[in-house]
Design a protein around this ligand. Structure first.
Ligand code: NAD
Length: 302
C-alpha cells in the first residue's frame, strides 16, 4: 500500500514559515497585497478565489478581487491590468483562469508586469524558468517540486512522465524536473500508447482533468504518483451530490505505487501555499529586500 504525500500538512508548515516571514517583512514595509482579477462566475473558480483570499488574510497579507462580468472584453481586462501594473499599493496580480471564451489567456496574461506576475505565466517569467533564472515559479509545479523534495523522493536520474502539457502545469513542471536532472517524457492528448509510457515512470504526474484516466495497470510497482487533476463527479452520498476526484484511480494506484498524493489534500493546498510565497516574494522584490535564501524555492531544489 502506497505512502500518502500529505500536501495539506506540508502546505500548513510552509504557510507557517511564510506567515512568520511576512510578519518580519511588515515591521518595515506595508502588508504585501495581491489583487485577483476574476471574470465570469465559474463556480470552481469562485471556490479557488475564496480559498486564496482566506489563506492570504491568515498569512497577514492584503487581498483584493476585481470581479468582472462573463461578457468582459479584452480591452476592459487590459485596462484593469494596466492600472494594477501602475498601482504602487499592489505587489502581485493574479488573473484567475479559465477566462470566459473567446478571451485568449496567453495574450491577456502577457499584459501583466512580470514583476507582479505571481503565477509566473508571462512569457518573460516562463522564459526565465527555461533559461534557469526563474523569478516566479508557477505555483502548482512549484508545489509539486517542493513535495518531492520534502519527501526525499529521488528526482535526479529518475524517469518522470508528465501527462498534460498546459502552459500552467505540464510544461513548466517538465522544465523544473529537467532542471532537477530527471529524464522527462511529456505526454498529451495525441500521445500514442500512453500506458506503455506511463508504465516506465519512476515519477508519474497526471495533469489532465479527466477522472480515473490513469488506472492501476498504467504504472509500475513502486512508482511515485502525483495527481494534479481536480474533477467534480456525481456522488449521491456526498454533500451537494458531488465529490472531488483526481485524474488517477486512487484505490488501484495506491495498491501499486510507493507514494501517492490524494485528491483533495495533495497538490491543491501546496498550490495555495505557493501563491502566498510568490506574493511575499513579489513585495520583497519591489522593495529591494529579497532574502538571500528563499525558503520555498531552495527547499524545492529550484
Ligand atoms: P488543460 O486543459 O489546460 O490541459 C490538459 C492537458 O491534458 C492538455 O495538455 C491535453 O493535451 C492533455 N490531455 C487531454 N486528454 C488527454 C488524454 N486522454 N491523454 C493524455 N493527455 C491528455 O488543463 P490544466 O489547466 O493543465 O489542468 C489539468 C488538471 O489539473 C485539471 O483537472 C485542473 O483542474 C487541475 N489543476 C489542479 C491544480 C491544483 O492546484 N491541484 C492546479 C491547476 C490545475
Amino acid at each position: 500500500m502506497a505512502n500518502i504525500i500529505d500536501g495539506k500538512r506540508l502546505a500548513q508548515q510552509l504557510t507557517d514559515t511564510i506567515t512568520k516571514e511576512t510578519a518580519n517583512y511588515c515591521k518595515r514595509y506595508p502588508r504585501p497585497c495581491l489583487t485577483i482579477v476574476s471574470s465570469g462566475a465559474d463556480p470552481a473558480s469562485q471556490i479557488y478565489i475564496r480559498t486564496k483570499l482566506r489563506a492570504l488574510e491568515a498569512a497577514g497579507m492584503q487581498s483584493r478581487v476585481i470581479q468582472l462580468s462573463e461578457q468582459v472584453c479584452e480591452a476592459e481586462i487590459a485596462a484593469h491590468i494596466a492600472r494594477l501594473n501602475r498601482d504602487d499599493d499592489v505587489d502581485g496580480i493574479l488573473v484567475q483562469l479559465p477566462l470566459p471564451s473567446p478571451l485568449e489567456s496567453t495574450r491577456i496574461l502577457d499584459l501583466l508586469d512580470p514583476k507582479k506576475d505571481v503565477d509566473g505565466f508571462t512569457a518573460e517569467n516562463l522564459g526565465r524558468l527555461l533559461t534557469g533564472a526563474p523569478r516566479f515559479i508557477p505555483c502548482t509545479p512549484h508545489g509539486i517540486m517542493y513535495a518531492l523534495h520534502a519527501y526525499h523522493i529521488p528526482v535526479r536520474g529518475a524517469h518522470a512522465v508528465v501527462v498534460g502539457r498546459s502552459a500552467i502545469v505540464g510544461k513548466p513542471l517538465a522544465a523544473l524536473l529537467t532542471a532537477a536532472d530527471a529524464t522527462v517524457t511529456l505526454c498529451h492528448s495525441n500521445t500514442r500508447n500512453l500506458a506503455a509510457i506511463t508504465r516506465q515512470a519512476d515519477i508519474l504526474i497526471a495533469a489532465v482533468g479527466c477522472p480515473a484516466l490513469i488506472t492501476g495497470d498504467m504504472m509500475k510497482e513502486g512508482a511515485t504518483v502525483i495527481d494534479v487533476g481536480i474533477n467534480r463527479v456525481a456522488d449521491p452520498a456526498a454533500p451537494h451530490g458531488k465529490r472531488l476526484v483526481g485524474d488517477v484511480d486512487f484505490e488501484a494506484a495506491a495498491a501499486r505505487a510507493a507514494w501517492i498524493t490524494p485528491v483533495p489534500g495533495g497538490v491543491g493546498p501546496l498550490t495555495v501555499a505557493m501563491v502566498l510565497r510568490n506574493t511575499l516574494y513579489a513585495a520583497q522584490l519591489r522593495h529591494g529586500c529579497t532574502p538571500a535564501k528563499n525558503t520555498a524555492s531552495e527547499a524545492a531544489g529550484c
